[in-house]
Design a binder for this molecule. Structure first.
Ligand SMILES: C[S@@+](CC[C@H](N)C(=O)[O-])C[C@H]1O[C@@H](n2cnc3c(N)ncnc32)[C@H](O)[C@@H]1O
Length: 238
């Protein structure tokens, strides 16, 4: 399938998901998602079923620019999709684990790792109940890991507990301002994140970077232009 055609299909899919979800918001008056998977796993499996990597095979820019902040220990990549960030970190000497909802994404992660001659401990799991452990990770990486708020808030609390003292949490996500831009990302504000919200959710981490900005996010056919993002690098006290 041509890139443009595929982009249109994804855009339409996002929009449809957004509309049906907004209808359910109206019906229920408040958005309190009861499922951990919105959009559902099947949508991601379908997207990742394509031969090409929908977010590309290069790492996320914010992660690449801040690689040195992560040190050289072990790292867990949340909602890692097809593995581009995990593989990049493994290529740079970190011991990398990753988790994603999809079997197709995890299979692509293993494939990309093998092609690059590195190992990633990539597993399928739902972040709603995935065991992150306690004081286990030197770093946690969360790139466009958009889940319903009830899941995200609990996930972030568990992520903080799972960092070793001095551990680093790195995140980039779309903000509500991304909705309607047509350049990718969730099309319902409730799935997006803000700096203010993340300050609360990641307490008591010390924030080294926490900012909202617009930047070009060009990552495969999935992320295709200027995006409104929030970026965080935060450290757990020693
Ligand atoms: C926009 S993609 C980002 C993928 C990857 N982090 C990247 O930057 O290339 C969002 C990912 O979140 C995953 N995801 C969504 N809900 C999840 C959940 N409850 N548990 C685990 N992964 C989830 C999807 O399978 C999808 O791979």
């Amino acid at each position: 399938m041509q890139c443009k055609e595929q982009r249109e299909r994804f855009k339409a899919h996002d929009t449809q998901e957004g509309i049906s979800h907004r209808r359910s918001i109206v019906r229920k008056e408040a958005l309190v998602p009861t499922v951990s998977q919105f959009p559902p796993r099947t949508m991601w499996e379908e997207r990742y079923g394509a031969e090409e990597f929908i977010f590309g095979t290069d790492p996320n820019d914010f992660l690449r620019e801040n690689l040195s902040a992560l040190g050289s220990g072990n790292v867990l990549c949340l909602a890692e999709g097809e593995g581009r960030n995990a593989v990049f970190l493994a290529e740079n000497g970190l011991a990398v684990s990753s988790v994603d909802l999809t079997e197709t994404g995890v299979a692509k992660t293993h494939r990309l790792a093998a092609e690059r001659g590195v190992v990633v401990d990539a597993v399928t799991g739902d972040l709603a109940d995935f065991d992150l452990g306690i004081e286990k990770w030197d770093a946690i990486v969360s790139i466009f890991a958009h889940t319903p708020p009830a899941i995200r808030i609990d996930l972030h609390r568990r992520a903080v507990a799972s960092l070793v003292p001095g551990g680093i949490f790195l995140l980039e996500a779309y903000t509500p301002d991304q909705v309607g831009r047509g350049t990718g990302g969730p099309q319902v504000p409730e799935l997006t994140m803000t700096a203010e919200g993340l300050r609360d959710e990641l307490e008591p981490l010390e924030f080294l970077i926490i900012q909202e900005l617009k930047r070009d996010v060009i990552e495969g056919p999935g992320h295709t232009g200027e995006g409104a993002v929030v970026q965080v690098i935060a450290r757990k006290a020693k």
